[in-house]
Design a protein around this ligand. Structure first.
Ligand code: SAH
Ligand code: SF4
Ligand code: F3S
Length: 437
C-alpha cells in the first residue's frame, strides 16, 4: 500500500462520476480508501460552484483541512471539479496549504499529478479546459453496488444566463456510442443492474459526432443483456423529440422518469434566462410525454428570484406549477454567478422577497407531490432494494422505476433484489409499504 486517500464530493452526479474515476486511479496507484481525514495521505475535494452556497461549503472544508495539514505536513491536499476550474491558482493564494488544483478536463491526470507532488513537493495547477478528446478506459471505483453512473457526454453549449456550468465544463463533447455500451456491459458483468446515463443535456448527445443520437443510444443500452433499469439525466425541454419519447415508450428497461427542468413558468423570464423555449412549447412537450407515458413521473428544477422577476411573473409561475403537477421539484434561490450575463442584469431581487417566494413555491409543490403520491395508495410497484433506511436499520429503502423512494420492513430479500411492494402509506417524499411475495 502506498498510502490512504479520502475524496469529498460536492455538486451533481457528474461530479460523483468524475470522483469515481479519480478514485479508480488512486486505487490503481496503490492507495487505499479511508473515511478519516486525519489518517489520510491524500485528501481531494471534488467541488461545485453552481450556487454560492456550494462554494461556501467548500471554503469551510478547506479551512478544516488546514488544521489537519498542520499536524501532518506530508499530506497531499488537492482541489478538483468546477470550483477548481473557475478559481484556478486563486485558490492557492487564498489557501496556501492546497498542493494541487485540477480542472474539470483533467480528471485523467490525477494519479500522475499526485505522484509528481510526492516526488517533488512543488504545487501544481492544471486547469486547461478539455479539448475535443475524451479520456477513455479510466479505471472506475464505483460507489454503488448495483447502480452505476455512466457519463455519456461532457460540457454544455446552452449558456443559460444564470448558469456557470458552460464556463467550467467547456463545450459539449459526446463519448462514442461503442465506448458507452462497452462500459455498460462491463458494469453489468460486475453485477450492476441499473445505469444512469449522465450529461448536462442528454438530448444533445451525438450532435457533435453524429454517430448516434440520444434515442439511438438509449436503445443500444436498453438492449445490453442483463440490464434491468436504464435512467438518464438531465433532459433539456428544447429538444425532447418524439423519437426520444417513443424510444422510452418502446424500451423494456428504460425507466419512466423524466427530469425536465423548466426553471421558470413565465415567457418573459424564460427569455431572459435564454432557455430557448416558451411556456407553450414546454406545455406541448410535457403533454406529449404524458400521452405516450401515462405512468411516467415528471420532475423539474425551478429558480426563484431571477433578476427582474415581478409579482406577476411569480403568479404565472405558481399557476404553471399547478398546471404541470410535477411529481417533485428541486427549488433554488437564484444565486449570482460572476461572469454570467444575469449577474449584471438590473433589478436583482432582494433576499427577503426571494425567500418568501421560495417558501410559497415549496408549499405549493409539496401539496402537489402529496396528492400525486396519495393516488398510489394500494398500488403494487416494482422496487429495487438499495439499502437500509438511514433512520431505521430494520427498514429497506428502494426505488420504483419512476424514481420514487419506497420504505418497507425487511424480509428475506437482499440489497439489489427486485421486489413487489404494496404501498400502504404514501407521504410527500416517500412511499411506505409492505413487500408482497
Ligand atoms: N444541465 C442541467 C442542470 C445543471 S445545474 C439542466 O440544464 O437542467 C442544476 C440546476 O441548478 C439547474 O437546473 C438550475 O435549476 C440550478 N441553477 C443553475 N445555476 C443556478 C444559479 N445561478 N442560481 C440558482 N440555481 C441555479
Ligand atoms: Fe446550465 Fe443551462 Fe447548461 Fe443546464 S442547460 S448546465 S442550466 S447552461
Ligand atoms: Fe456543480 Fe459543476 Fe455539477 S458546478 S452542479 S458540480 S457541473
Amino acid at each position: 500500500m502506498r498510502g490512504r486517500y479520502k475524496i469529498l464530493v460536492y455538486g451533481c452526479q457528474m461530479n460523483i462520476a468524475d470522483a469515481e474515476r479519480m478514485e479508480g486511479q488512486l486505487q490503481g496507484a496503490g492507495y487505499e480508501r479511508t473515511e478519516e481525514m486525519e489518517t489520510a495521505d491524500v485528501i481531494l475535494i471534488n467541488t461545485c460552484c453552481v450556487r454560492e452556497t456550494a462554494e461556501d461549503k467548500v471554503y469551510g472544508k478547506i479551512g478544516e483541512i488546514k488544521k489537519i495539514k498542520e499536524k501532518n505536513p506530508k499530506l497531499i491536499f488537492g482541489i478538483a471539479g468546477c470550483m477548481a476550474q473557475k478559481e484556478g491558482d486563486n485558490l492557492m493564494r487564498r489557501a496556501p496549504h492546497i498542493d494541487f488544483v485540477l480542472g474539470t478536463g483533467k480528471v485523467q491526470e490525477l494519479a500522475r499529478i499526485v505522484a509528481e507532488i510526492e516526488a517533488e513537493h512543488s504545487p501544481v495547477v492544471d486547469v486547461t479546459l478539455a479539448d475535443k478528446t475524451i479520456a477513455e478506459n479510466l479505471p472506475v471505483a464505483r460507489g454503488g453496488k448495483f447502480s452505476a453512473w455512466v457519463p455519456i457526454m461532457y460540457g454544455c453549449n446552452n449558456y443559460c444566463t444564470y448558469c456557470i456550468v458552460p464556463y467550467v465544463r467547456g463545450r459539449e463533447r459526446s463519448r462514442a456510442p461503442e465506448e458507452i455500451v462497452a462500459e455498460v456491459r462491463r458494469a453489468v458483468a460486475e453485477g450492476y443492474t441499473e445505469v444512469t446515463l449522465l450529461g448536462q443535456n442528454v438530448n444533445s448527445y451525438g450532435k457533435d459526432h453524429k454517430q448516434a443520437d440520444f434515442a439511438d443510444l438509449l436503445r443500444m443500452v436498453d438492449e445490453v443483456e442483463g440490464i434491468r433499469r436504464v435512467r438518464f439525466m438531465t433532459s433539456h425541454p428544447k429538444d425532447i423529440s418524439d423519437k426520444l419519447i417513443d424510444t422510452i415508450k418502446n424500451g423494456q428497461h428504460i425507466c419512466e422518469h423524466i427530469h425536465l427542468p423548466v426553471q421558470y413558468g413565465s415567457n418573459r423570464i424564460l427569455k431572459a434566462m435564454n432557455r430557448v423555449y416558451t411556456v407553450e412549447k414546454y406545455r406541448e412537450r410535457a403533454q406529449r410525454v404524458r400521452e405516450a407515458l401515462p405512468n411516467a413521473s415528471l420532475t423539474t428544477d425551478l429558480i426563484v428570484g431571477f433578476p427582474g422577476e415581478t409579482d406577476e411573473d411569480f403568479a404565472e409561475m405558481l399557476a404553471f406549477l399547478r398546471e404541470m403537477r410535477y411529481d417533485s421539484a428541486y427549488t433554488f434561490l437564484y444565486s449570482k454567478r460572476s461572469g454570467t450575463p444575469a449577474a449584471t442584469m438590473e433589478c436583482q431581487v432582494s433576499d427577503d422577497v426571494k425567500h418568501a417566494r421560495l417558501n410559497a413555491l415549496m408549499e405549493e409543490q409539496n401539496a402537489i407531490s402529496r396528492a400525486i403520491n396519495d393516488r398510489l395508495r394500494g398500488a403494487t410497484l416494482e422496487v429495487m432494494v438499495e439499502g437500509a433506511s438511514k433512520n431505521d436499520p430494520t427498514v429497506w429503502s428502494g426505488r420504483t422505476r419512476t424514481n420514487k423512494i419506497v420504505l418497507f420492513p425487511h424480509g428475506a430479500e437482499c440489497e439489489g433484489d427486485f421486489v413487489q411492494v404494496k404501498i400502504t402509506q404514501p407521504q410527500t417524499w416517500v412511499l411506505k409499504g409492505e413487500i408482497i411475495s
